[in-house]
Design a binder for this molecule. Structure first.
Ligand code: ARG
Length: 306
């Protein structure tokens, strides 16, 4: 199927999880974050190296407590919107993979893994119910949303990872849809299968990333765009505890773990690192950033509940 056969497939029944609360006046400036409660979370299958030997090993009450802690931390600085969790879809908690939202337009993910494909319709319904225009996307190009496509607000570009999950054609498609310069980055280490596991653009033009996750051409592209004094290169130990899978809110950086060295460098750059342990989600190959989807400037559109 070629690009002319693009389709925007959506269901009829909007599903929006409600959890009380009201929008604050500053909500529009702060944007909102989409999360999905881990009611049905678990490691039920293996679609990335982190999940190997972990089937059945995640502890639900601990996962729920860790998720609540992250949600509580983020809700102090951002409005949170929720999509209803669904039985049989243990990875739906990772809302970064719902799609990519810029302005009023959402691209809904096309999962590479069969196990996650039923999530597509649910996320699509949610975006539709919020009034987003769903951009057509070719059936044959895998794309895993904000897991692989990261907006760099300082440079007005989109960085798009490919190689493990999103297809090589995904960056060009995004560029076509959003009319934003999109930089393709090839991921080469299977542990860092989504761009957001090893790459984190921060405000002020800073970039935290793990260089060994990229091929040479991609590293050159990164270094040509981000000056050396704005690059926070993390070592293997921080990378392997998903330090780059971080969420920035109000100058704070929420992350699963952080070495003393990385902590010092983030503080030097003007950020406040906040560790919010997510060991249960690490068993599924995800941490803080994976559990969130940024809805930029969405507060006028999304009714936050949390
Ligand atoms: N088990 C999930 C998967 O492999 C984890 C997704 C993590 N999400 C992310 N944005 N990195 O699809």
């Amino acid at each position: 199927m070629d690009a002319d056969a693009d389709v925007a497939v959506c269901g009829d029944t909007p599903r929006v999880q409600t959890r009380d609360a009201a929008a604050s006046p500053s909500a529009a400036k702060r944007g909102a974050i989409l999360m999905c409660a881990p009611d049905y979370f678990g490691v039920d299958y293996i679609i990335n190296p982190w999940m190997e030997h972990q089937v059945g090993q995640a502890t639900l009450p601990r996962a729920q407590a860790q998720w609540e802690n992250l949600r509580g931390n983020l809700s102090a600085h951002s409005d949170i919107a929720f999509v209803a969790p669904t039985p049989g879809l243990p990875d739906m908690v990772f809302t970064a993979n719902a799609g990519l939202v810029i302005g009023d337009t959402a691209v809904v993910s096309r999962f590479r893994a069969r196990e996650r494909r039923p999530e597509e319709r649910l996320f699509c319904d949610w975006f539709e119910a919020q009034g987003y225009a769903i951009a057509p996307w070719p059936e044959n190009v895998p794309f895993e949303g904000a897991g692989d496509a990261l907006i760099d607000h300082a440079r007005d570009i989109v960085w798009c990872g490919h190689g493990w999950r999103s297809g090589e054609a995904a960056p060009k498609q995004l560029e076509r849809i959003f009319s934003r310069n999109t930089i393709a980055l090839k991921l080469v280490d299977p542990r860092f299968y989504h761009l957001d596991t090893c790459f984190c653009p921060l405000s002020g033009g800073w970039l935290m990333y793990y260089p060994a996750a990229f091929d040479l051409a991609s590293l050159e592209a990164i270094r040509a765009i981000v000056p050396a004094d704005k690059r926070i290169e993390v070592g293997e130990k921080d990378a392997a505890s998903f330090a780059c899978n971080a969420v920035e809110a109000a100058g704070r950086i929420f992350l699963n773990a952080c070495s003393d060295d990385l902590r010092a460098r983030l503080i030097d750059a003007g950020f406040t690192p906040v560790v919010t342990p997510l060991s249960e989600f690490m068993k599924a190959g995800g941490a803080a950033k994976c559990l969130t989807l940024h809805l930029p400037g969405a507060a006028g559109k999304v009714t936050p509940r949390g």
